[in-house]
Ligand binder design. Structure first.
Ligand SMILES: [Zn+2]
Length: 302
């Protein structure tokens, strides 16, 4: 019981940190609405559904009621069976994309990924009384202060961190319970194929894992709290940290990393001085060149 109360205390704290994350069902519903360019009220009217019910589903506070499953499934671009499975998996706090690989993640507009990253940077800057971050983003400090995520550098082989899908891991995210601690980002500081991750690759890995936390893990202040205690970890290999166009979820985490580590206005400013010089921009922001390409593309830089 004590552990349960402590958990709630931690989760309340997280609420104060403005960790904005939603359930996949909520995420899909919001995207379906955005795609139609409607406010929640307009959407509820068009969809002939109760406004407050839709608001709570979008916030990850509840799921579509059983009698309306068919209608909701249609709006969410799923079959009723898929929606039922998605709800069951989410209720148990499992990762739907590990458990239900046939369910394609909802597309998240780049604009909302950008807004999530900006929100975290401004929370960080607020906790430092408005100090402006000059130079590379101190990513481990930022995600600790803004999201309560702890970063640890470990030799994965020595520490026997599992790699469920095989291959060398760059990093992973343990939302719950890594050696007695919650919300831990692990970075592989050991040997990977005869080399170690460069500082830039480590930066990108940390920001990518934070992206999974912010974009893909359920809202901690949700009414589904009890179901959300057993969150499965996320494991990421090189092919997931690098831009991954065929894996929407990984691609979203990488886009988040690009937005967090290269905020729009400093990036555009740097680009205007050295357009197309990926090598120079990468060293200025302490990131990889491939992440610079992701960022330049997202802002339409040519
Ligand atoms: Zn990943």
């Amino acid at each position: 019981m004590l552990a349960f109360i402590e958990k709630i205390a931690v989760d309340k704290k997280c609420q104060q940190w403005h960790c904005s994350s939603v359930s996949e069902v909520g995420n899909r519903l919001k995207n379906a609405r955005h795609a139609k360019g409607l406010s929640l009220r307009e959407f509820a009217k068009r969809f002939e559904e109760d406004f407050s019910l839709l608001a709570r589903i979008e916030a990850g506070e509840r799921y579509p009621p059983k009698p309306r499953l068919k209608k909701f499934a249609e709006v969410l671009s799923l079959t009723p069976k898929q929606l039922e499975a998605l709800i069951a998996v989410e209720r148990r706090g499992l990762d739907p994309f590990e458990m239900l690989p046939e369910i394609v993640p909802a597309a998240v507009p780049t604009g909302s990924i950008e807004a999530a990253a900006e929100g975290i940077l401004s929370t960080y800057s607020r906790t430092l009384n408005g100090a402006v971050v000059d130079g590379p983003i101190p990513v481990a400090d930022v995600i600790k202060l803004a999201c309560g995520l702890f970063t640890e550098y470990l030799d994965f082989e020595k520490e026997r961190i599992p790699s469920p899908r095989g291959g060398d891991l760059y990093g992973c995210l343990y939302p719950n319970g890594f050696r007695g601690r919650d919300r831990v980002v692990l970075v592989n500081a050991g040997n990977i194929g005869g080399r170690r991750l460069s500082p830039a690759e480590q930066m990108v890995t940390i920001a990518h894992e934070a992206g999974h936390y912010v974009l893909h893990y359920g809202s901690k202040d949700s009414k589904q709290l009890l179901f959300r205690f057993s969150k499965a970890p996320t494991y990421c290999r090189e092919q997931e940290i690098e831009p991954a166009p065929f894996n929407l979820k990984e691609d979203q985490a990488t886009m988040f990393a690009a937005c967090l580590l290269m905020p729009q206005s400093p990036f555009l400013n740097a680009w205007s001085h050295t357009p197309g010089d990926e090598c120079r921009l990468a060293s200025q922001f302490a990131v990889t060149e491939s992440l610079v390409r992701v960022r330049a593309e997202s802002l339409g830089c040519e």
